[in-house]
Design a protein around this ligand. Structure first.
Ligand SMILES: *Cc1c(COP(=O)(O)O)cnc(C)c1O
Length: 418
């Protein structure tokens, strides 16, 4: 109890910290308490395989990967960040993800595809076992044109959802919070997405988007605070990583566990990836969710337990952060149900650390990251100097997940480097 209060005090004071998850359980026990089991991940992996033909057709840049949306696994240069052990730190470079350049491609595009297939199936336009290319048929497109996809976003989810929806022929509407970047809004409008900006924070924007979608029968709502499909789309990333580790000859064992550092907003993307990783490696993988000191939504909800809903504001945090992708006061209810006992712990990081790591990643090895995406580096660095760190830390293979930034406009990126 004392330690818990201690952590709460650190959160209230905005001190960057490593906070072990007090609710973590052995993976097999944790999975018994999740609403569904690892079958969710297998389903998503199969769906991505099904949709690959369609994706390769819709997005020419995916022709080379036969329609797979995945990123490279890189070695961090030793002058960027050296590991506590003998191996290089690895970077799961989702900032380079094709199509939208952020991890939201995994969740957002997946949910739109699954919705599109369901709609076409309901209309009797897709036969069982038929290729996903059928979703390009003029008849199907005409059906999609009568429907729209709505979401609330700080920017990146809106782009992945909006782009996928518009490319398939849907209407699209995105509700953005005050912290949304102007270029992210402009980029959506160019796609023909209807963009509404609201004065409040992200949770307020999501609430407005949800109401707007409910009021329209032909609208489908991608709910960042409560979506199983988003979660599944992200979770499939674990299988991509497993194949890459395999190819690199990196084994994951009790003696050489995996430590993965995941930038965290509402918890959907890092939570989905955590769920997927734990379903593959169980107790041999440790996932650290990284949040801004000003917006530790998932950390405070995890500490508070599932009985009552809390927000970062309740802990004196103001949600003001340069990490626009992580600037959310409240966690996804769904993500919390799935990961509150699976996540190993949390790290909170200050904005100036994020900027430092954006700079370092660029100078050391030309990684073009947005501040949100650099959070994993800051977290690993903080944990290296924490004397009260976890017992698995020294022996682990460390993977920093970089979640977005390759598509930042030059002027935006130059401003971050200054
Ligand atoms: C959205 C986002 C995250 C976190 O995802 P959540 O599902 O909100 O937790 C991390 N990094 C970037 C760049 C993002 O856009």
């Amino acid at each position: 109890m004392t330690t818990k209060l201690n952590y709460e005090e650190r959160i209230r004071s905005g001190i960057a910290s490593y906070v072990p998850n007090p609710n973590v359980l052995p993976a097999d026990e944790a999975f018994q308490l999740t609403p569904s089991g690892p079958g969710l991940v297998k389903e998503a992996v199969a769906d991505w395989t099904y949709f690959a033909a369609l994706l390769a057709e819709l997005f020419p840049e995916l022709a080379a990967s036969s329609g797979r949306i995945d990123s490279p696994l890189l070695d961090a240069h030793s002058d960027l960040l050296s590991a506590p052990g003998t191996q290089a730190v690895r970077i799961k470079a989702d900032h380079l993800l094709p199509v939208t350049g952020t991890i939201k491609a995994r969740g957002g595009i997946y949910e739109v595809l699954v919705y599109a297939r369901k709609l076409a199936q309901k209309a009797g336009l897709v036969a069982h076992g038929e290729s996903s290319l059928v979703l390009l048929d003029p008849e199907v497109r005409a059906l999609f044109a009568q429907h729209s996809v709505v979401t609330g976003s700080t920017g990146n989810l809106g782009y992945s959802v909006g782009l996928a929806a518009r490319t398939l022929g849907f209407g699209a509407e995105v509700h953005m919070s005050a912290d949304a970047k102007a270029w992210k809004i402009e980029r959506l409008r160019k796609l023909g997405v209807v963009v509404h900006t609201h004065h409040g924070d992200f949770s307020a924007a999501v609430g407005i988007a949800r109401d707007a979608a409910r009021a329209t029968e032909s609208a489908y709502f991608v709910d960042d605070e409560d979506s199983l499909a988003l979660f599944q789309g992200y979770a499939a990333a674990a299988w991509d990583l497993a194949a890459q580790l395999d190819a690199a000859g990196i084994e994951v064992t009790a003696g050489r566990p995996l430590a993965v550092y995941l930038p965290c907003g509402v918890g959907g993307a890092p939570g989905g990836v955590t769920f997927g990783l734990k379903s593959i490696w169980g107790d041999h993988v440790h996932c650290i969710l990284v949040e801004p000191v000003a917006a530790p939504a998932v950390l405070v909800q995890t500490l508070a337990g599932s009985e009552r809903q809390v927000s970062a504001y309740d802990y004196g945090c103001n949600n003001q952060t340069i990490a626009d992708g992580l600037a959310v006061p409240s966690a996804s209810r769904l993500a919390i149900q799935y990961i509150s006992r699976l996540a190993a712990g949390f790290v909170t990081v200050a904005d100036r650390e994020l900027l430092t790591w954006v700079n370092r990643a660029w100078k050391a090895q030309s990684l073009r990251l947005e501040p949100s995406a650099a959070a994993g580096f800051a977290a690993l660095d903080l944990m290296r100097s924490d004397a009260n760190g976890p017992s698995w830390f020294e022996a682990a293979t460390h993977i920093v997940w970089t979640t977005g930034g390759a598509q930042l406009p030059d002027a935006e990126f130059a401003a971050l480097l200054r």
